[in-house]
Write a protein that binds this ligand. Structure first.
Ligand code: ADP
Length: 260
């Protein structure tokens, strides 16, 4: 059966000594999984956690861009990688740093698995939380994650769109089979506020993720609106969670709900 989600969240909140791993997954690409992972990590750090971030998305490693450390190569010590620091206080290692830029990513499973282990088993120092931005879907990297670096919990990001939700359910099933508790689902890109007239519209629908979470009996963690400020700050390498706008509050709320 499914592990008790309440127990997991209490454990995530109470255990400040042992390192916990939170995997951030999605069914589809482009739903904002990397954006949520980056800003969740920054929000947790702002809440006083010692957080590290692994970018395991082999298909589109975007954390160096999101955290403003593009082109910075990690050093190694005693054959362990040393995470790249940034001004957000979230040391990070990315698949993108192991792959030469612009090289087509046609890695076989074992290579991707080996790369993941290098990142997770790096020289992280005294962190209490490792956030792992997984590739979308259910491939080799996810399997290695489950078999070798079992996460303490999984956060699933989806848009409210039916198509995205169908795939999100599949991604969630993989964690359940692997006995990884689902911390909850995040609805991204709901509620677009028009910068001109302030009218709120919902290009991908609204509430679909919350309904799916209720249906599946997993917690709903909150909603991040489709907001041009999030896209612009992300592209500029200044995570919106590090700012002082409503976007930062939305991510801070999320961090509290997963056990900041
Ligand atoms: P994924 O990791 O699921 O592939 P990304 O996090 O890379 O998705 O996001 C895809 C694109 O959508 C990026 O350009 C990102 O800046 C943008 N984006 C993500 N979430 C939001 C949001 N809430 N509001 C505006 N843009 C967003």
């Amino acid at each position: 059966g499914r592990p008790d989600v309440r127990e997991v969240r209490i454990a995530l909140t109470a255990d400040k000594v042992r390192r916990r791993i939170i995997a951030v997954g999605s069914g589809k690409g482009g739903v904002g999984k990397s954006t949520v992972a980056a800003n969740l990590a920054v929000a947790l750090a702002r809440a006083g956690r010692k957080v590290g971030l692994v970018d395991a998305d082999i298909y589109g490693p975007s954390q160096p861009r999101l955290l403003g450390s593009e082109g910075v190569k990690p050093q190694a010590h005693d054959s362990k990688m040393i995470p790249v620091q940034n001004r957000w206080g979230v040391p990070m290692l990315s698949m993108g740093q192991l792959i030469e830029a612009d090289k087509a990513i046609a890695w076989r499973g074992p290579m991707a698995a080996g790369a993941l282990s290098q990142l997770v088993d790096a020289n992280w120092g005294a962190i209490d939380t490792l956030v792992v931005d997984l590739p979308p879907g259910t491939g080799d990297v996810q399997l290695t994650m489950l078999q070798k670096h079992k996460p303490d919990g999984a956060v699933i990001v989806s848009t409210p769109q039916d198509l995205a939700l169908i795939d999100a359910r599949r991604a969630m099933q993989l964690f359940e089979v692997g006995q990884v508790p689902i911390v909850g689902m995040v609805e991204n890109m709901a509620g677009y506020v028009c910068p001109h007239c302030n009218e709120v519209s919902d290009p991908f629908g609204l509430g679909g993720t919350e309904a799916a979470a209720a249906d599946l009996g997993v917690p709903f963690l909150g909603r991040i609106p489709l907001d041009i400020a999030i896209r612009e700050a992300s592209d500029a390498g200044t995570p919106p969670a590090a700012g002082d706008g409503p976007q930062a509050r939305a991510f801070a709320d999320l961090a509290v709900r997963i056990g900041a």
